[in-house]
Structure formats: structure tokens, C-alpha cells
Ligand binder design. Structure first.
Ligand code: AMP
Ligand code: MN
Ligand code: MN
Ligand code: MN
Length: 275
């Protein structure tokens, strides 16, 4: 059996609904999965309220992915085994989600200023019920309008940090995110450290009280995995990993179950009594 601790759904910028993710994961034979949507836990709440958690044999870890404030680097922090009804967590997430809406309007306006014929309605059609309106929704709308050949082409040209349509949005400080996750009973884990692009910053982030590091990740090579496993050892923290699956229209990996980790890592993040 194998596991995947980093999966997105339509509750944020993923392509498949939470229910669909559960059936795909079951089909792929996964044992432990974590749903880790950006800035919200709506997908998990809906599953729970529909009686679909616990996962009938498959072990579903309630998770979240935050983006931390940083002027230079993309710093993402995962939270595992959180209480999805924690009041303080909900309040913090609501502030972030609100800021995403303002930023979304600004980015659409920027694109129109650059001559791309796109409206908020075009993006909203794609975003559907997503709570966390995100750049991949905008990118998919641009692709659907025939303005770019792919989501990644749209990112490269206009949506990536530093590109002309990009806007910042309110993010919490890394230390506050770690506290918020811990206060909600969760385990804070530094996401895809290689993508941060600065291992000195990676260590500084670990020293803030991180309890795990995502050593296994599709874009980590064997040497990266070893380096981050060694950091886990150095700081006495857990090793995690996942595919960061969003769906084939958005980014690689193209299927659930292609990139997995061994259950012995995943089981450390699962506590039966949580859900
Ligand atoms: P946002 O949270 O709105 O700033 O959007 C960031 C999200 O965009 C990340 O979580 C990724 O899923 C996605 N993303 C970032 N860069 C790319 C890229 N080059 N191609 C496709 N998706 C990307
Ligand atoms: Mn994403
Ligand atoms: Mn991320
Ligand atoms: Mn992610």
C-alpha cells in the first residue's frame, strides 16, 4: 500500500470535487491520503457532513495549505490532523479568503489593461464552488478563451510572481501560521522546500517550530530527498510527502497514484479519533 499527503480539490484550485478525489484515491489503492486545499477546509467539512469521513477503509487526514508572507520566496506550510471546526482557524482562513477576492478582481483588471478579453464571470464559471479563488482559475479561463495554450504558459507570461498581471494578497506570517495550526490540534509541515529556492531560509523556517518537512515531492530529485530527510533528522521532525495533485488540466502529476510515499511515513500524521 502507498499514500499521498498532498492533494487539492475544487474547494481550492484543484480540478476534481472532494468526493471524486476519494473515489480516485480508492481506485488507485491509496491507504492514507490528506486533502490539503489552499486556505480553506470546506471540502473536508462537506465530506464529513455527508457522512463520507472516516473514509470507509481509506484513511483521510484532514489538512490545509497556507501561503506565508515573504517578499521574495513562495513559502507554503501544510497543516495535518487539524480540527476542521476550530474557531480561530476558521476566522484566520476567512480573512485570507476575503483578501483573495479583492486580489482576483485586481488581477482580472490588470489582464484587461494588458488587452486580454477576460471578465470576472469567465473566471467564476471555472472556479465554481471554490472558496479560495486562485491564479489557476484565472489561467484556465485564459486557456479556455484561447488566449494561452496552457495553464503554465499563462503563468509564465502574465500570472507568475513578478509578471505583469500579478498581485499580492494578504498572507499570514510563517510563525503565526505554525501557531494557528498547532492551536487547531494540527502538525505544521514545511511544504515543497525545494520550491522555496533557498535552503538557508528553509532551515530558518524549520526553527520556527515546524514539526515536519515535505521531503518527498515530485520535483525533488534523489539528492533533494536525502538533504531534506537529513534536515528532518537534525531537527527531530517528521518526514512527509505528497503529489500536490491538482488535476491534469492544471499541472503535473497527471494522475492520482503515480506519485506516492510509503505508509510508514504517512501513518505518523493520522490519528483515528480526529474524524
Ligand atoms: P495563488 O494561490 O492564487 O497565488 O496560486 C498559486 C497556485 O498556482 C499554486 O498553488 C499552484 O497550484 C499554481 N501554480 C503556480 N505556478 C504554476 C505554474 N507555473 N503552472 C501551473 N500552476 C501553477
Ligand atoms: Mn495550488
Ligand atoms: Mn504549495
Ligand atoms: Mn499544494
Amino acid at each position: 500500500m502507498s499514500s499521498d499527503l498532498h492533494i487539492h480539490t475544487t474547494a481550492s484550485d484543484g480540478q476534481y470535487a472532494p468526493e471524486k478525489i476519494l473515489s480516485m484515491a480508492r481506485q488507485a489503492g491509496l491507504r492514507y491520503i490528506a486533502i490539503t486545499d489552499h486556505d480553506n477546509v470546506d471540502g473536508l467539512r462537506n465530506l464529513y457532513e455527508a457522512g463520507m469521513l472516516p473514509g470507509h477503509g481509506m484513511r483521510v487526514i484532514p489538512g490545509i495549505e497556507f501561503s506565508a508572507q515573504n517578499t521574495e520566496h513562495e513559502v507554503h506550510i501544510l497543516g495535518y490532523d487539524i480540527d476542521i471546526y476550530d474557531k480561530n482557524l476558521s476566522d484566520s482562513l476567512n480573512d485570507i479568503v476575503e483578501a483573495r477576492w479583492t486580489r482576483f478582481s485586481k488581477m482580472v483588471e490588470n489582464l484587461r489593461g494588458l488587452g486580454y478579453g477576460i471578465t470576472e464571470a469567465d473566471v467564476l464559471k471555472i472556479a465554481g464552488m471554490s472558496k479560495a479563488i486562485s491564479r489557476p482559475h484565472i489561467a484556465r479561463a485564459l486557456v479556455e478563451k484561447g488566449l494561452f495554450p496552457s495553464v503554465s504558459a499563462a503563468f509564465d507570461a502574465v500570472l507568475a510572481k513578478g509578471r505583469p498581471a500579478y498581485e499580492e494578497h494578504y498572507r499570514m506570517e510563517a510563525a503565526d501560521i505554525i501557531k494557528c495550526i498547532k492551536d487547531a490540534g494540527g502538525i505544521p509541515v514545511l511544504a515543497h522546500p525545494k520550491l522555496i529556492g533557498d535552503d538557508i531560509l528553509v532551515e530558518r523556517l524549520l526553527q520556527l517550530g515546524m514539526e515536519g518537512i515535505e521531503a518527498f515531492y515530485p520535483r525533488h530529485n534523489a539528492a533533494d530527498v536525502e538533504r531534506y530527510k537529513a534536515l528532518a533528522e537534525k531537527y527531530g521532525i517528521l518526514i512527509s510527502g505528497g503529489s500536490d495533485f491538482h488535476g491534469p488540466s492544471i499541472r503535473e502529476p497527471l494522475e492520482l497514484g503515480i506519485f506516492t510515499i510509503e505508509d510508514k511515513y504517512a501513518e505518523k500524521f493520522y490519528r483515528e479519533e480526529d474524524i
